[in-house]
Design a protein. Structure first.
Length: 318
């Protein structure tokens, strides 16, 4: 129960504050875009750089990627089949599958894991985040391109390459690898981060989790539910209930993980759908209402499902 008080209440309390700010006149859509840019381009990179700079390469467990993405791709395939049975086109099936398998590992995941496990918990999470968008969003874009390309393979491959490059340019990913590289340099040389620079990074890093959560809440207030919610509810059920079980089972029995890494991978799988889901839908003009509703519904429902996950995993609050 202490985990609910120490983790769930502050995390979703700040999301609620963000939602109320978003519903008020304090934050316009233009202001939200600026706030989001500051959070993603300044605050989160500082947190990720400082965290990964303390990590040694030999302590990383690559199995966490196998465990997590095995579960994700199994569920993605199942949801593609379900979409086909519903008579959906390939692009719509891809959006349905993405809605039920893509986690909000940055906006909610980083604060959630930080409050639950501290910096040591961020290491496995950041390993997953470093390739999460590259794998899932690029693959989904590939399916969307096939659906709309009419067999023009050259055009598909060209746009797929552009999609993959745009994922790599996300501000979070360079910060992860830069921090890891700087950590290795400082471990084998006499170099170190200057104290005054580290204080600035530390201040930015401390602001990242609350600002990220407020950003999520404000974004939800500006988005809202759109049209029919039932398909999104189905995708949310698979995202919040099925994916964590798949990842835990694979990480426990197929690719055995350290208990901390297993808990972080499972909780990341239990996170609600990320905003990139409806951004991809908007970019292609496919399944926008379904994707938007999946983000809203899964975020609201995750207050309860994440509480249950913490209790089942035996996570203690700080």
């Amino acid at each position: 129960m202490s985990a609910i008080v120490d983790i769930i209440v502050p995390v979703f309390g700040m999301v609620l504050v963000g939602w109320m700010i978003g519903r008020s006149k304090l934050l316009s859509p233009e202001g939200l875009r600026g706030f989001t840019a500051v959070t993603f381009y300044a605050l989160f990179p500082a947190l990720l750089f400082r965290s990964m700079a303390k990590v040694r390469l030999e302590t990383l467990e690559p199995q966490v990627l196998l465990a997590f993405f095995s579960g994700v791709m199994i569920l993605y395939g199942v949801l593609m089949v379900i979409g086909r049975l519903q008579g959906l086109r390939l692009g719509d099936r891809a959006m349905f599958a993405l809605s039920g398998s893509f986690s909000n590992g940055v906006g909610i995941g980083i604060p959630f894991i930080s409050y639950g496990f501290g910096e040591q918990g961020l290491v496995p999470l950041l390993m997953i985040i470093s390739v999460h968008s590259l794998i899932l969003l690029t693959f989904t874009c590939f399916l969307m391109e096939i659906d709309g390309a009419g067999g023009q393979r050259v055009n598909v491959l060209k746009r797929l390459g552009g999609a993959a490059l745009s994922m790599l340019k996300h501000p979070v990913i360079p910060a992860i690898f830069a921090g890891l590289l700087w950590g290795e340099i400082t471990a084998h040389t006499s170099l170190a981060t200057p104290a005054v620079i580290d204080r600035i990074l530390q201040a930015f890093a401390a602001a990242a989790p609350p600002c990220g959560l407020i950003m999520v809440g404000a974004s939800l207030a500006h988005v809202g539910l759109k049209g029919h919610w039932q398909p999104a509810a189905v995708a949310s059920f698979f995202k919040l209930a099925v994916l964590p079980v798949l990842v835990w089972t694979i990480g426990r029995y197929v690719f055995p993980l350290d208990p901390l890494w297993l808990n972080v991978a499972t909780l990341n799988a239990a996170l609600p759908a990320g905003a990139n889901v409806y951004l991809i839908a908007q970019m292609y003009g496919i399944g926008v209402a379904r994707a938007t509703n999946a983000v809203v519904i899964s975020t609201a429902a995750s207050v309860f499902t994440l509480s249950i996950a913490l209790l089942l995993l035996g996570v203690k609050g700080g």
